[in-house]
Design a protein around this ligand. Structure first.
Ligand code: DHE
Length: 801
């Protein structure tokens, strides 16, 4: 029996290492875990978990065409490798105790029997081999049961197995530290190492709001009715109400619940007692994370729509953490579902609480995340050209503006969940037209003349709108990728030529590339991959996403921010089919940014590095890396004159409640230049955008992603005369989030979105317009579907912010 020692812990280890051991990115439908043991004096494979648990050289039953993975844990010191007959598939070689490897292969299309064996221990090959039975589940299950020897398990061992399974099923380790439980090192909830003594303290304190009279009752209450009492201390600060799932009543059996309670009161040595070799409850090995085709496709699409932006299409992490199976499987379905449903204080949205995903859907997503990420498709220039539609050729478009409105004072509003853009007259507040654009529209940029608007959807679909038409309409469309965030135009006019309205560029998250297009027709001209090496350690990165793109006024160049490699690429578009690129080393996780008031310097947030990189667009060099607060998110930032430090550019933060201002005047205020000279506290974190205008005395800032709903719909203004503190904050509505600020052309009014919920009548969203002098509300444009970003034509062309 000692041969199976510590096997339960090995399971945890398997789960941690699973993805790393798997080269193949395709979805696995069937998974088995084997370990090596001495059985009756000879080496053998032992099945771990699920239907093969405890069986020597088990038969592995699969269906035709299943994608099968066998994970091998070395149970001793010998060298081992799994080889599959007739497929050429073999695992790596393990030689140290607990070392793990795996092999993934495709089962044949027809029923039959394959063999697996140890490719190293050839002298004992007769003992270290088994069958892979390809056929219907019913026909092979009986065979498996009857033909394989198995190992009996003591009742003490069984109890510990139930305990481990219960912790795994509850996903407790995702949020709590629980000594002795594999992978239980979460920091979202209280550390449970000393829960007995803490429970005694809590139930006798005056703050206690529950009904428990004993430690056991306290733990039971905490699991079944988590809102009864919120523990005061969590590892990262005060514990948050609503984070602990309230559905354990339905998901844990009484036996499992009692096992958890007993263990937390009196932890036992699960290690020595788990000689049985039984799984700790890993659900990956027995299909609990399996999804039907339909569920998998839904989850894949939902991941792309909701999660890929922060966690990466390949799930390797970016703004949010990596979500590869080695990291997700140890958290378990319930642990992951809890995080998806409730969100986290570190910025993960509460998809369940917001009513966007149901409990069942969060569990589906949790299962999806424990599977290997499906490989996303590439896109060629040919495919882009096939998607290209020239709806109104250039010579059939108006030669002069067909409207009497001041089209330069149009503001284009993203109606995010409607997949539309509204063109609104800034003088009359009338909606001039609403046009269909891509999915979850992200941003709009204007051509250098202002006549054309380029709208990019998250699905990589780009729409070109002609603002000179009496009713602005889409004149061309194209799709340049599957996942995009940025678009920009050629703006340079000077000694090196006049490139106004000539070219456009889209920046993609997936595939990781940028595409140069004809600015008037959207014909795709050139695709350039950003797959490359990180600026610092030179690691190859398969998915360096294109974040912000801005057009330089100093050279015919675009500033392309390559997020994961930390490089700013200056792409010269003079000859767009043969572009030259100057690569500037900056900092990892470049995201969004804007220019200083002279437009010579570009300031971009390296958000997860808590820095702002300053690029000199005249010289094409990195000027400085400035330390700011946690997770800066400037949008394009705000330029203004600080009474003490002269011209500054400011950014708020997602991760802390402050606006930091960086001095930007190396000529007039050399001693302050490129330093973070001022921090103005805000009432909350979660800021996405800041804005001002040269004529304004205010700086406006939102806190759209604050977890407190009241702060999320609050806007603050800071006075340029006294920037030491906010001047005033107020809620702009009774629901939703106040997000993104824009001025009208005159710089006299401020437009803010109240971002609601698409399917809640009366709360879908509106635009609130304020007088910038008095801060009084002027009017509201109501019943818009989820308005988010907004872009005034004149201000966007001239980079006024
Ligand atoms: Fe954005 C700008 C990426 C979520 C509204 N956003 C940007 C830019 C990038 C980016 C790279 C800079 C573009 C440029 O200047 O060329 N945004 C991302 C994400 O990866 C992220 C975090 C997650 C995602 O899934 O997309 C994300 N963004 C959002 C939102 O949830 C917002 C609030 C609403 C929405 O669109 O769903 C949102 N992002 C905006 C807006 C801008 C923007 C309004 C332009 C700001 C400006 O003033 O120029």
């Amino acid at each position: 029996m000692r041969l199976f020692s510590k096997l339960s812990f090995l399971i945890g280890l398997v789960l941690v290492t699973l993805a790393a051991c798997t080269a193949n990115q395709e979805r696995v439908n069937k998974e088995f875990i084997l370990t090596t043991v001495l059985h009756e004096g000879k080496p053998a494979f032992l099945g771990v978990g699920g239907e093969i648990n405890g069986q020597i050289n088990p038969n592995l039953t699969v269906r035709p065409n299943d994608r099968v993975r066998i994970v091998l844990i070395n149970g001793n010191t010998g060298k081992h490798q799994i080889v599959i007959s007739a497929t050429n598939a073999k695992s790596g070689i393990v030689s140290k105790p607990k070392e793990i490897t795996s092999v993934t292969f495709q089962a044949p299309a027809t029923a039959g029997v394959l063999e697996y064996w140890d490719g190293i221990q050839t002298s004992t090959i007769l003992r270290m081999k088994g069958q892979i039975v390809v056929g219907s589940t019913e026909s092979v299950a009986g065979e498996t049961e009857s033909s394989q020897p198995s190992i009996s398990i003591s009742s003490a061992q069984e109890t510990n197995v139930v305990t481990l399974q219960a912790f795994q099923k509850g996903g407790c380790g995702a949020c709590h530290v629980i000594p002795g439980v594999p992978g239980a090192s979460g920091t979202l909830g209280p550390d449970l190492s000393q829960i007995s003594s803490l429970a005694e303290k809590y139930i006798t304190s005056s703050e206690y709001s529950g009904n428990a009279k004993s430690v056991e009752e306290f733990i039971r209450e905490s699991i079944l009715d988590p809102q009864a009492f919120i523990a005061p201390e969590c590892p990262t600060g005060p514990c948050q109400a609503g984070l602990m799932p309230a559905n354990f009543n339905a998901t844990l059996t009484e036996e499992e619940l009692q096992a958890i309670i007993d263990y937390l009161i009196t932890p036992t040595d699960l290690t020595s007692a788990s000689d049985s070799g039984i799984s700790s409850g890993d659900d990956s090995s027995h299909g609990a994370i399996a999804l039907s085709e339909e569920e998998f496709n839904w989850a894949k699409q939902t991941y792309f729509e909701r999660c890929a932006g922060c966690h990466g299409t390949l799930r390797k992490g970016a703004t949010g953490p990596a979500l590869t199976p080695d990291l997700t499987v140890p958290k378990g379905t319930m642990g992951l579902a809890a995080i998806i449903f409730n969100g986290t204080t570190r910025g993960m949205p509460d998809w369940g609480k917001q009513g966007i995903l149901t409990q069942q859907q969060t569990e589906l997503m949790a299962k999806f995340l424990q599977n290997e990420p499906p490989p996303p498709p590439e896109m060629s220039l040919k495919q882009m050209k096939e998607s290209w539609q020239l709806i109104v050729p250039v010579d059939q478009r108006p030669s002069t503006p067909q409207t009497t409105r001041d089209w330069q004072n149009y503001t284009l509003f993203t109606l995010r969940d409607a997949g539309q853009v509204a063109v609104i007259d800034g003088d009359t507040y009338e909606i001039v037209n609403t046009v269909d654009s891509g999915y979850a529209v992200h941003i709009t940029r204007m051509s250098a003349s202002g006549r054309y608007a380029y709208v990019i959807g998250r699905d990589g679909r780009l729409a070109l709108i002609d603002l000179w038409m009496e009713k602005p309409e889409v004149v061309a469309r194209v799709q340049t990728c599957y996942d995009a965030r940025s678009v920009e135009v050629s703006k340079y006019k000077g000694k090196e030529g006049d490139f106004s309205d000539r070219y456009a560029i889209t920046g993609c998250y997936w595939p990781p590339h940028f595409v140069i297009l004809d600015g008037l027709t959207l014909e795709p001209l050139k695709v350039v991959s950003t797959r490359s090496y990180t600026y610092d350690s030179g690691e190859y990165h398969p998915e360096p996403r294109v974040a912000a793109i801005l057009a330089s006024h100093f050279h015919p160049e675009w500033i392309v921010n390559v997020k994961e490699t930390g490089m700013v690429w200056l792409v010269n578009y003079t000859d767009p089919r043969n572009p030259t690129i100057r690569m500037i080393e900056a900092e990892l996780f470049l995201h969004d940014g804007g220019m200083d008031s002279t437009q010579r310097y570009f300031l971009v947030a390296a958000n997860q590095s808590n820095k702002i990189a300053v690029i000199d667009l005249k010289q094409g060099t990195l000027t400085s890396l400035v330390d700011v607060g946690k997770v800066p998110h400037p949008g394009r930032g705000a330029n203004w004159i600080d009474p003490e430090y002269g011209p500054v550019w400011s950014t708020p933060h997602l991760g802390e409640a402050s606006v930091v201002s960086i001095a930007t005047d190396p000529q007039g205020h050399a001693s302050y230049a490129w330093q973070a000279v001022r921090t103005t506290p805000l009432p909350g974190s979660g800021s996405l955008f800041i804005k001002t205008h040269p004529k304004s005395r205010w700086i406006w800032v939102d806190m759209a992603l604050n977890s407190d709903p009241a702060l999320a719909r609050t806007i603050c203004v800071i006075s340029k005369d006294d920037p030491t503190q906010v001047y005033k904050c107020w809620e702009i509505g009774t629901y939703g989030r106040a997000v993104h600020i824009e001025y009208n052309k005159q710089g006299s009014q401020v437009w803010i979105s109240l971002w609601g919920t698409a399917d809640v009548p009366g709360e879908t969203g509106e635009i609130v317009i304020y007088d910038d002098t008095t801060l009084e509300e002027i009017t509201r444009i109501r019943d818009l579907i989820t308005p988010t970003g907004k872009f005034n034509v004149y201000n966007t062309v001239n980079d006024i912010y």
